[in-house]
Design a protein around this ligand. Structure first.
Ligand code: ZN
Length: 459
């Protein structure tokens, strides 16, 4: 009997491949009132010995059971730019992709989440349209230092700043003086600063050649832009004592700077994204602006260096940076656009595809499902302080679970995704690894039924 039809609050999920914090093994997972109550030997529960388990058994056989993914980098864009992506469409896509918690970025919505009122507007409109659990980042922009502590008290998970223009006018980037103020305040209140690190001076000095050639776009956002910004950020973090997290690292030139800063005792973590790990500049077709994001997807040798760093534990998280827009703003040629990389909206739509995209490449490179879970579930959960609730299959944690067939292949059709707009650079690719079922706090998520996602605050 499927769990969704089960009124009882206890149930067992059985799999020969349960991905636990200490590795993969056969097990029975007992769920009670939305939490994991017990992890028992495979086949041991419901053998007639326990009369208190009323909710039935779901036996997954060889299909793996993973903790739900925690995606700490999602741009939902509602209210204000809901035609780009909204809470209903984003969280349905998340659930279908095995993501059970998202943390929403503070920009591209109008208002942005830079004031308590902005946060309230987000929370109000998200209410009743979240198919997965949902938290919010705040934003640190020029002039809002006084808003950070009130937002922190309201439970945002930290504050995002841009060191270069963000792409939207209502979320300006911070100059060095603003950055100093923001990081000093965040050190004082104990907040996590999350940073888009590209240096505006390096970007301005780079060659600007508009058009359909990806190489020209790549030259306009050089490795140095990331390296210079990260170096400046780390220096500021060192002086202010702030805890900083580098968002969406695309350039391997950043890696030695991170290693040195950690050796020096700077509190710094970093993330990268599925598109930097699975796509490469060499394969981007002329005019296919679905691949445009900032910082950009770089070449194959750079990608190999990112994988080596990931394998070495240098990235805390692999998260989507899902940042869609409408097809017209992407200037996609198949919708009659110019295909000009310089003018197109920069953002990758991939929320539903991160897990299979990463698994396809990870398996090819000899990694395990446990690795993927560390990068996409437990790592990001730890980043935002949700360890103990989310991101692991362990007693006491929320029963946020994913039945994942590691051998299931499928072709990506952008129109079939739950994303609001049918645009993704993975369109036409064949990926390995299918999400069969997603459970949120022990209940099967049905994207056609009423949502029961909750809004989360920082612990
Ligand atoms: Zn982003």
């Amino acid at each position: 009997m499927p769990l969704s039809e089960t009124p009882a609050t206890t149930a067992v999920i059985r799999s020969r491949r349960v991905v636990l914090p200490d590795g993969e093994r056969p097990a029975d997972v007992l769920i009670r009132d939305g939490r994991i109550e017990q992890i028992a030997e495979h086949g041991s529960l419901l053998a007639g010995s326990r009369s208190d388990i009323g909710g039935g058994l779901t036996d997954l056989g060889d299909t793996a059971l993973l903790p739900g993914l925690v995606d700490t980098h999602v741009h939902v864009n509602e209210p204000g730019r809901t035609e780009w992506e909204g809470f209903a469409t984003a969280t349905r896509a998340a659930a279908a992709g095995g993501v059970t918690t998202i943390i929403d970025m503070p920009l591209n919505s109008i208002p942005p989440t830079t004031t308590v009122d902005g946060l309230a507007a987000k929370r109000k409109i998200a209410d009743g349209q979240a198919w997965v659990d949902l938290g919010f980042w705040g934003g640190a922009i020029p002039g809002n230092v006084a808003d950070l502590e009130p937002l922190h008290r309201e439970g945002v998970f930290g504050f995002k700043s841009f060191l270069a223009p963000s792409g939207v006018d209502e979320f300006p980037h911070v100059e060095q003086a603003d950055l100093e103020l923001a990081l000093a305040e965040q050190a004082r209140i104990g907040a996590l600063a999350i940073i888009h690190a590209e240096d505006p001076a390096v970007l301005e000095a780079a060659p600007q050649q508009p058009g359909v050639h990806y190489r020209d776009f790549l030259a306009s956002r050089p490795d140095d832009a990331e390296a210079a910004a990260v170096a400046r950020l780390l220096d500021t973090a060192r002086r202010t004592g702030a805890r900083v997290h580098i968002l969406h690292v695309s350039s391997a030139a950043v890696l030695p700077l991170l290693r040195q800063a950690r050796a020096d005792g700077v509190q710094v973590t970093a993330e990268t994204c599925p598109h930097y790990l699975t796509l490469a500049a060499e394969e981007v077709p002329d005019g296919d602006t679905a691949f445009k994001c900032c910082p950009p997807i770089r070449d194959e040798s750079n990608r190999d260096q990112l994988w080596a760093a990931l394998a070495a534990g240098e990235f805390t998280a692999v998260v989507s940076d899902h940042s869609p827009s409408t097809p017209d703003l992407k200037l996609l040629q198949k919708y009659g656009g110019s295909g000009d990389f310089a003018a197109a909206w920069g953002g990758i739509a991939s929320l539903q595809l991160g897990l299979p995209a990463i698994w396809t490449e990870a398996r090819r490179r000899g990694h395990s499902l446990s690795d993927v879970v560390r990068w996409m579930s437990s790592g990001p959960a730890a980043l935002v302080g949700l360890t103990g609730t989310k991101g692991v299959i362990a007693v006491g944690c929320d029963a946020d679970l994913v039945a994942f067939d590691p051998d299931g292949e499928f072709a990506v059709h952008a129109e079939d995704l739950h994303h609001r707009n049918p645009v993704t650079p993975y369109a036409g690719k064949t990926l390995t690894g299918s999400v069969r079922t997603t459970w949120l706090r022990g209940r099967v998520v049905d994207v056609d039924a009423a949502p029961f996602g909750r809004q989360l605050t920082r612990n």
